[in-house]
Design a protein around this ligand. Sequence first.
Ligand code: SAH
Ligand code: SF4
Length: 367
Amino acid sequence: MPQNLLDFDLDGLTAWFTELGEKPFRARQVFHWMHQSGVADFAQMTDIAKSLREKLQQQAVVHAPAISYAHTSADGTRKWLFDVGVANGIETVFIPEEDRGTLCVSSQVGCALECTFCSTGRQGFNRNLTVAEIIGQVWVAHHSLKTEPNRTTGEISDRPVTNVVMMGMGEPLANFENVVTALGIMLDDHAYGLSRRRVTVSTSGLVPAMDRLAERCPVALAVSLHAPNDALRDQIVPINKKYPLRELMAACRRYLVHAPRDFITFEYVLLAGVNDQPEHARQLIELTRDVPCKFNLIPFNPFPDSGYEKPRAESMRVFRQILQDAGLVVTTRKTRGDDIDAACGQLAGKVADKSGRVMKRMHKEAA
Ligand code: SAH
Ligand code: SF4
């Protein structure tokens, strides 16, 4: 099997070149060709000696996942479905705005964590994505968007992706090593050169992995909170039974020691009648008192048979006001791309479930 060079960060590529008997600066050149110029064909890497190009052609490939389809929404949001083998597909979304372009990247095929309101969670879990499949999403988006005008501003930019959020399918911290390697490539000036604060990992709260991320690559951290007390969070974010709120809040505080001047973004999906009452907002203020943070309120995005409903506009307004009155910074996530099912939590992809969960649910529904 040829080696896929998209699986390597620069250190990994340098080590691989050294084994091949090549100098480190050759690795850097190839890294630039791949990530900065978007070139996958070694024959086009013109400043590299022909003999080395031939060697690479025999032993390596630059292989991003294949696009099954790409859709653009009325508001300019773009969604790709990538084929990642045997009945599996993952989704990636690009959201153009006036001052930035945000790419929402997937980390797993499905997700093993079973949050009850999440359509990815409902589909079961198949496997972790490789580094090449994670960075390949950035690679495809970056190089295809570079040649077309931004749908919001009409301008062509050679850096269309200014921000990356690991908020697509999957729990990024459950695929720790591959995600950290891919994050390193996003931050590397020899590749995409994104600053640490423009790359966000979103986690449902895997406490030990949060500590490891702080040490290895302290990018911006978003924590999916969704409930202000353990009783409720146990029900809707089941990983809470393993890492309850007290431990999660302590992990947030420890994270910020490694990310000075940062804050945690708490994501909170509002589910009508479940977690959107004034008492929940008041409990949240207490819970997060010692954590420098901002809140991102996300109205639930419905999907078939979810069993949940969107919050009423009035309950969202009241909820937001209570947090703001306590001095908290609150943003409400605009829904973008919902006409192409590209909104948060609607990424469905295709998951050949291996967890047995989908079968179990089908049996339950049939009974
Ligand atoms: N597994 C990670 C990242 C992927 S989900 C996490 O849970 O944080 C990205 C965000 O979308 C999370 O905050 C998640 O809770 C939210 N989300 C999931 N399903 C949703 C839905 N149906 N409506 C709105 N947001 C949803
Ligand atoms: Fe997984 Fe995140 Fe969905 Fe929970 S919300 S099931 S952790 S992808």
